[in-house]
Design a protein around this ligand. Structure first.
Ligand code: 13P
Length: 279
């Protein structure tokens, strides 16, 4: 199947009032496990990698592997750069063939975030790729680095930002955070509702690990069209690796178990997000 843009998947999700899952990957087994789950449900999927993962999974190695896996898949796959931190990384991802990119300018002053995002939108256009950006600050951290405090997205800023930049998807901060939640998060659905009413751009929920199926459903009902899941898959791989070692499994069992662990996690979320209806 061809690689598809985030815009294509997210527009389809908007029409059907559901969300498309975006699953982070860090090695070949994670890629294969995620795509196997999507193929089993005959649903499109997003696979993504964040810039903080690149020291252990270099973009020029894993990127072409993600693109090849997408091209060899039986379903539509969007290959997305999650939380790009440098413009050069965005350029490299586009050159490799990613169909969607995010440059996270959320920590920059508002005007600078707009200017940088506009530059990314113009570059991505040359490749026919989509662009996601973030406004407000999602809490926690994407790697092992410094955790960020949550700063809710301002609905009026969201409207201005989306209109000025022309992005395809906007990541919002509504009490969500990357990594493990210490307590069950209370997401600000009222803020999400306000953003939805001021801004027509499809909205993205980061920090999916630890959010209950009921809250996911509420967020989707209120307008979330893409949900990011990372930690749950990385944890599943770590657990599978530990258990394989405990049972004296060999490398080949390990490889299979890592892929199976991601497959199970992705399958679970495909059902929660009703992604079967995206086909
Ligand atoms: P989690 O690690 O909390 O699932 O968040 C994923 C994410 O938002 C990636 O950008």
């Amino acid at each position: 199947m061809p690689i598809v843009t985030l815009k294509k998947l997210i527009d389809n999700a908007s029409e059907k009032k559901i969300a498309v899952g975006a699953f982070s990957v860090g090695n070949m087994e994670m890629i294969l496990g995620a795509i196997r789950a999507a193929e089993e449900f005959n649903t499109p999927i997003i696979i993504q990698i964040a810039e903080v993962r690149l020291p252990t999974s270099p973009l020029k190695i894993i990127g072409p592997m993600m693109v090849a896996a997408a091209k060899n898949s039986k379903v539509d796959v969007c290959v997305h750069l999650d939380h790009g931190l440098n413009y050069e990384t965005v350029e490299t991802a586009l050159e490799i063939g990613f169909s969607s990119v995010m440059l996270d300018g959320s920590l920059l002053p508002f005007e600078e975030n707009i200017e940088l995002t506009k530059k990314v939108v113009s570059k991505a256009k040359e490749y026919g790729a989509s662009v996601e950006a973030e406004l407000g600050v999602v809490g926690g951290n994407e790697g092992d680095g410094k955790a960020h405090s949550i700063k809710s997205t301002n609905p009026d800023d969201a409207k201005t930002f989306c209109e000025e930049t022309g992005i395809d998807a906007l990541a919002v901060a509504i009490g969500n955070a990357h990594g493990h939640y210490k307590v069950q998060p209370e997401l600000r659905l009222d803020v999400l509702n306000e953003i939805k009413s001021t801004c027509s751009t499809p909205l993205v929920l980061h920090g999916g690990t630890g959010i209950t199926p009921e809250i996911f459903q509420e967020c989707i009902k209120t307008g979330i069209r893409k949900v990011n899941i990372a930690t749950a898959s990385f944890d599943a791989v770590a657990k599978a690796s530990y258990e394989t070692a405990q049972s004296n499994g060999n490398y080949f069992t390990l490889s299979q178990n890592m892929a199976d662990a991601v497959y199970e996690n992705v399958k679970k979320h495909i059902k929660i997000f009703n992604m079967e209806n995206l086909k």
